[in-house]
Write a protein that binds this ligand. Structure first.
Ligand SMILES: *Cc1c(COP(=O)(O)O)cnc(C)c1O
Length: 236
């Protein structure tokens, strides 16, 4: 089978899952955007996905992503950054990313603002929320993210940045946790964030293994990697 056929087949299997989950949740399929997470895969795969109708792609490493986004610029895709963000990489990310999902501490905000301003762009930002049970108690989350009680302060920092636009929240379900219960906690954080901020309506949740739970909990964006592109080598 050609790589193109393989990707087409996996894309339609994911589409079937999303359609079934929307039906179960009583939601309109058009409310949910599938983002293909292309990390570790070559620009040629991004091109094939673009030909197959994918409009949104995500990466998690600044260097790899910047090069790929440049190579694929003519496709006009929407580029998402979903990796843990270091302050010293923030302004580089702001040059190519359309949406950053991983804003999880205040120090990142001026760095992203500076990068976006220098690039003459407006950057959409999602606040990454830690959903571990002990994040609420202030423990450092293993997979990144701000504790739910820190979200409002972080939101105010983004609100005050002219080149950043607050669009919503993002989370990764904690390992071994009940994904549905975790995503319900994210939905509650989203509801509070949207008070006075109707534009912050994005809920980025759900990956290859738990996208159904995310759709049931109200996710608007799913980040799907291995179910579309295949299993990645470990340790990435
Ligand atoms: C890699 C990654 C995904 C995609 O994970 P899969 O299990 O391959 O679908 C989603 N979100 C983030 C933040 C990731 O790093």
């Amino acid at each position: 089978m050609s790589r193109r056929d393989e990707l087409a087949e996996r894309l339609s299997a994911v589409e079937e899952r999303v359609v079934a989950a929307c039906r179960e949740a009583g939601r309109d399929r058009a409310e949910v955007t599938v983002i293909a997470v292309t990390k570790t895969y070559p620009a040629s795969d991004v091109e094939l996905l673009g030909e197959l109708g994918v409009r949104d792609v995500a990466e998690n490493r600044e260097q790899e992503a910047g090069a790929k986004a440049a190579e694929c610029a003519r496709l006009g895709l929407c580029w998402h950054f979903v990796g843990q963000l270091q302050t010293n990489k923030a302004s580089a990310v702001a040059r190519w990313a359309d949406v950053v999902h991983s804003v999880d501490r205040e120090r990142l905000v001026p760095a992203l603002q500076r990068g976006a301003e220098q690039a003459g762009r407006v950057l959409d930002c999602l606040l990454q929320v830690a959903l571990d049970e002990d994040a609420a108690a202030g423990a450092v989350a293993a997979r990144g993210g701000a504790a739910p009680q820190e979200v409002e302060r972080l939101a105010e920092a983004v609100d005050g940045s002219a080149s950043l636009r607050l669009r919503g929240v993002m989370a990764v379900a904690p390992l071994g946790a009940d994904a549905r219960a975790a995503f319900d906690r994210l939905a509650a954080v989203s509801e509070r964030l949207r008070v006075g901020r109707p534009g912050a309506s994005v809920i980025s949740a759900g990956m290859s293994g738990d996208l159904e739970a995310a759709v049931l909990a109200g996710a608007t964006h799913l980040r799907v990697g291995s179910a579309i592109l295949g299993k990645r080598p470990p340790l990435r």
